[in-house]
Design a protein around this ligand. Structure first.
Ligand SMILES: [Zn+2]
Length: 471
């Protein structure tokens, strides 16, 4: 228990807020709807960036940068798009000391700018595929904000590609989705469900949108990122075309895909507890913290010993630090738990004399004694086990939050009790519309066809669907 953090069981939403401020991931920004990412929060984003950037490049996608300010007329070229985004747009109308004749939208996403450039860069089938990615910030004017989950300005990456055929573009859409799923499973230890969005829930202007969704401990679904197939909207509206192999003009099939700082919100909600954050070792900026204990008079000797150990661990690529701040060991233990450091090692004169160190895992109650010379191999093995344990725990928890429910009569109650639901759906938008009345949404279509009837109209079901309240 941490007295400054509301118990998760008492108020999940307040627990989340207490936790992210108390652990110093973020601070309140003087700018409405925005957040300040403090070093620990930003280090988590850097961890995601580093891993994801390498995976993006492995798909032969190159990084670029497009302007933050987009001419307003660009957004008007794609009517679905402007309709989908319009209330969320922030527009620059004044600059250089005068009203602007041409207004600029602060990018909510860069499709319009990217397709303007694709029209210039793509001439023939030889120019395809064209695959770029941008790491940037975007602005969407939000009424109700919550750090990492929904903020007016957030950080993300957006990939944009153009292809000769639909098959090739779809392959890119699936590759991006698989890349995100692996990132969530392997790095963040968060199990996700992937699938196609319904027409009502897809990206404005997309032919198809695929999503990866996490189910948070309160039963709400969190859309963690998306991958879209595009054609008639953006590429066609922006006159992107190429001479095909028969010398005929053709519109390319395109894709866009992105994920955001939302992943950090998902990470926090999925693993953490009432004592503070729990970070998967692969994400933790500090995997092991060494805390000197024992009398102050012996501190110098303990520090020399600790530094040797630190160097040994560092040389084996373990991210390690020594907490030598002028605080009591108790305060440091508390802080290490709050910040989610996977392991702490206690070293004092007694440990040095016995050649045994005390190790405490963030997810186990018992401390362990380890022979000094076994420390490196012990930690290497334990860090891997910790990572796996978090994924297994999260998967079990997630599976318990999803209920198969066939009758509409039980929907509201199950959703209110904190469950996400799977059911059959006839795919009619009218049935989907009914969900809004109970503040739920279709999250994605599932591969399965286990259910025979539609959750609402009781006609025959065409596909299973994941339904939940959402962030
Ligand atoms: Zn139906």
């Amino acid at each position: 228990m941490n007295k400054k953090i509301t118990a998760q069981s008492k108020d999940f939403s307040q627990w989340y807020l207490d936790l992210i401020y108390e652990s110093q991931l973020v601070d309140h920004a003087p700018t409405k709807g925005c957040m300040i990412m403090r070093p620990l929060g930003y280090a988590l984003w850097e961890g995601i960036q580093k891993e994801l950037d390498a995976q993006i490049k492995a798909l032969d996608v190159q990084n670029c940068y497009f302007p933050l300010l987009i001419p307003e007329e660009f957004l008007q070229k794609e009517s679905d798009h402007i309709e989908g985004f319009s209330p969320e747009l922030a527009v620059v109308t004044r600059a250089g000391g005068k009203e602007l004749e041409e207004k600029y939208v602060i990018r909510p996403t860069s499709e319009t700018m990217v397709y303007h450039m694709f029209a210039k860069w793509i001439k023939s089938w030889r120019d395809l595929p064209l695959k770029v990615n941008q790491w940037a910030n975007v602005v969407r004017w939000e009424m109700r904000t919550r750090p990492f989950l929904r903020t007016t300005e957030f950080l993300w990456q957006e990939g944009h590609t153009a292809h000769q055929s639909k098959e090739e573009a779809l392959e890119m859409v699936y590759n991006a989705l698989a890349m995100y799923k692996n990132l969530c499973h392997d790095l963040l230890a968060i199990p996700v469900i992937t699938g196609q969005k319904s027409d009502a829930e897809k990206f404005p202007g997309a032919e198809k949108t695929f999503t990866f969704e996490g189910i948070m401990p309160d039963g709400k679904a969190l859309q963690m990122g998306t991958s879209h197939l595009l054609k008639e909207s953006f590429p066609a509206s922006f006159d992107v075309s190429f001479q095909n192999k028969d010398n005929k003009p053709e519109t390319p099939w395109c894709t866009s895909w992105g994920t955001t700082t939302r992943l950090i919100g998902a990470l926090v909600m999925t693993h953490s507890d009432d004592k503070g954050l729990i970070l998967p070792p692969r994400m933790a900026p500090t995997q092991v913290v060494i805390i000197p204990v024992g009398p102050e008079s012996k501190r110098a000797e303990v520090l020399v010993y600790a530094k040797t150990l630190k160097k040994e661990l560092f040389n084996k690529s373990i991210r390690v630090s020594i907490d030598n701040r002028p605080l009591s060991p108790g305060a440091k233990f508390y802080d290490a738990e709050l910040k989610g450091t996977p392991f702490r090692i206690e070293i004092g004169p007694q440990e040095i004399e016995n050649n045994q160190l005390v190790v405490k895992s963030r997810i186990q109650d018992e401390k362990q004694k380890i022979v000094r010379n076994d420390t490196v191999s012990f930690l290497q093995a334990e860090l891997n086990l910790f990572q796996k344990e978090l994924f297994d725990r999260a998967t079990k928890k997630r599976d318990n939050l999803i209920k198969e429910v066939s009758s509409w009569e039980n929907f509201k109650e199950e959703l209110e009790s904190g469950y996400a639901l799977t059911s059959g759906w006839c795919l009619s938008p009218d049935c989907e519309q009914e969900l809004k009345k109970i503040k739920a949404f279709t999250r994605c279509l599932l591969e399965t066809k286990k259910n025979v009837i539609c959750f609402f109209c009781k006609e025959s079901s065409k596909q299973d669907v994941l339904i939940a309240k959402s962030y």
